[in-house]
Design a binder for this molecule. Structure first.
Ligand code: ADP
Ligand code: ADP
Length: 227
């Protein structure tokens, strides 16, 4: 079943002489529960694509449909709500809020939406992520692997249908990288959460169901590895 459809997506940054065409007429679909790795050289448009999929930044032209909703047809408020409910986003450098505790960072998306925290769900996430004894710590009191697990917790708390990760292990050693990918795969396989990961790590790309290579803002290759 299709969850995501991208049609003729283009993104140009800037204007005139300094304009950069970061994405050039990209089209593809992703099925629910698929694990897609996005690879390609630096500057080829991978992060731009991920941001377009997540409703973070508007495309210059083209469409993104998530569960048949044209997300850029939504107004800013609706788009912000869509993002918090449907999309989990993870970055290389965690993007945690330094003055908030681990628990506050994880539950922030719910509070922004004025939703009550489901304590049982919080407990489950914290247990799976092995953060139980770190709930009242601040981000700078945690190791890199722990900080990335907090950012996964924050991404998972709204039960998103799609998890988008931009080089989630780029700043971690191989042991911590493995743990982070295993956690993302756990939610992908067990809860059928669609997972799209930008990575430079071949070992991670080889674990995906499908690998999309981006070059010069276009899809250079799209290979199904396993069904
Ligand atoms: P990748 O993730 O593959 O490294 P990006 O999507 O970050 O590539 O960037 C694609 C191109 O768009 C690059 O040439 C980059 O310099 C440019 N770019 C990215 N973000 C911006 C921005 N906010 N303003 C101007 N140019 C940008
Ligand atoms: P890792 O083995 O994941 O790289 P570290 O060696 O960085 O972890 O940290 C080991 C433990 O020390 C972790 O449990 C972490 O929570 C704790 N820790 C690391 N830095 C700090 C700090 N600045 N303040 C308090 N605790 C810390």
């Amino acid at each position: 079943m299709e969850i995501l459809r991208v049609e003729n997506l283009s993104k140009v940054y800037g204007k005139g002489e300094t304009a950069v065409k970061a994405l050039n007429d990209v089209s593809f679909t992703v099925n629910k529960g698929e694990f897609v790795a996005i690879i390609g050289p630096s500057g080829s448009g991978k992060s731009t694509l991920l941001h377009m999929l997540g409703g973070v930044d508007r495309p210059s032209s083209g469409k993104v449909y998530v569960e048949n909703t044209d997300i850029y047809d939504l107004n800013e408020t609706q788009l912000a709500i869509f993002r918090r409910r449907q999309i989990g986003l993870i970055y290389q450098f965690y993007n945690l809020i330094p003055i908030l505790t681990v628990e506050e960072n994880i539950t922030l998306p719910l509070l922004l939406d004025q939703h009550k925290v489901d304590q049982k769900q919080l407990e489950n996430i914290v247990n799976v992520l092995n953060l139980k004894d770190r709930l009242n710590h601040l981000p700078n009191q945690l190791s890199g692997g722990q900080q990335q697990r907090v950012s996964i917790g924050r991404a998972l708390i709204s039960n998103p249908s799609i998890m988008l990760a931009d080089e989630p292990t780029g700043n971690l050693d191989s042991k911590n990288s493995g743990e982070i990918i295993d956690l993302l795969k756990l939610f992908n396989k067990k809860h059928n959460q669609t997972l799209i990961v930008i990575t430079h790590d071949e070992q991670i790309a080889l674990q995906a169901d499908r690998v999309i290579s981006i070059e010069d803002g276009m899809i250079a290759k799209d290979e199904v590895i396993r069904k």
